[in-house]
Ligand binder design. Sequence first.
Ligand SMILES: [Zn+2]
Length: 217
Amino acid sequence: MVNRSFRARLVCCLLTTGLPVAASALPAGPEITINIYNDARVSEGILSQAEHEAARIFQNAGLDIAWIACQPSKTSPITAAACRSPLGLTHLALRIVPWSSHLGDSIFGSAFLSKDGDGVYCDVFYPSVETLHRDSDASSSRVLGHVMAHEIGHLLLGTNAHSALGIMRPHWQGEELRRIGMGTLLFTPQQVRHIQARLVSISATLAVSDERMNNEQ
Ligand SMILES: [Zn+2]
């Protein structure tokens, strides 16, 4: 029997409130690069569709995503040069792992953030993705894409807090599962503004840093 009341809980390690929301305009064409570590050996077809799904969700937030396939180090010591690039808010890393949290299989992933909201790494627990897929009408690739977007969303928002609406809801039940199936579970306008504000802030900081380096040369 399909369990429509399945409550999919995503890890929330740090709860913060009172997110500052700035309305700064984002420079045209911001791109977020994401290293993908497919430890769970998700098939190429499913992963490709999931990346497409997550990219579509971020396009709705005005962001372009560039995925970089990084092989697990145990099986392949050779990785793309970009996999060794410095990581920051515009270059994140997502690992799809073949296990679930010890807290239970209803937890889909974890975003690793400092108390200041800084972090570049997140995990997705693939067995939990498959569980939700089985309990819904949404394909595994579509569920995976949404969970990837949710965990990346924590990094971009700089918080493990959740919201009452949209893709950052902590619990995915009947309504969320239907919206995943329809592709309409997205970031809220407030979350989009917050992500954009953080990226603008990072961009400004880098620009000042570059200017100082140029002046010192
Ligand atoms: Zn979450």
